[in-house]
Design a protein. Sequence first.
Length: 136
Amino acid sequence: MTRVYVDMVADLFHHGHVEFLRRARAMGDELVVGIHSDDTVEQYKRRPIMTLEERVAVVAGCRYVDEVVADAPLVVDRAWLERHRVDLVVHGDDLSYDQMVHLYRVPIEMGIFRTVEYTPGISTTDLLARLHSVGC
C-alpha cells in the first residue's frame, strides 16, 4: 500500500485544490494531507482567511483524502515522513527549483518526491482579486 503525502494551506478551498488532491491520490492507495498552521503560513504569505480548524474540516470532507494532519511542518524531514508512514510526497509544479529543494530536500534525496501540474486559472489569490474587483 502506497501512502501519498501532500501539504497545503487550503484557504478558500476551490476546484484547483480538489484537482490537486485528485491527482496526488491517483499516485497511491491513501492520501494524507498536511495543513499548515495560520502562523506558519503567515511567515511566507498572508494570514489565511479561514482558520486552521475550518481548513482541516473542508479538506477532510474531500473524497480523495484519507487522513488530515493539522499543523503540518513547512519543511518535511525524515522523522516526520517515517512517523506518518509516507511512501511518496507530492506537490504542485508551481514552486521554483530553490523553493522545492528548500522545502522537500529530504524526500527528493530519498527519491520519493513527485510533482503534479498546477491547475491554471484558479487560486486563492485569484479568488481574492475577484472579490476585490466586485467591491467586496
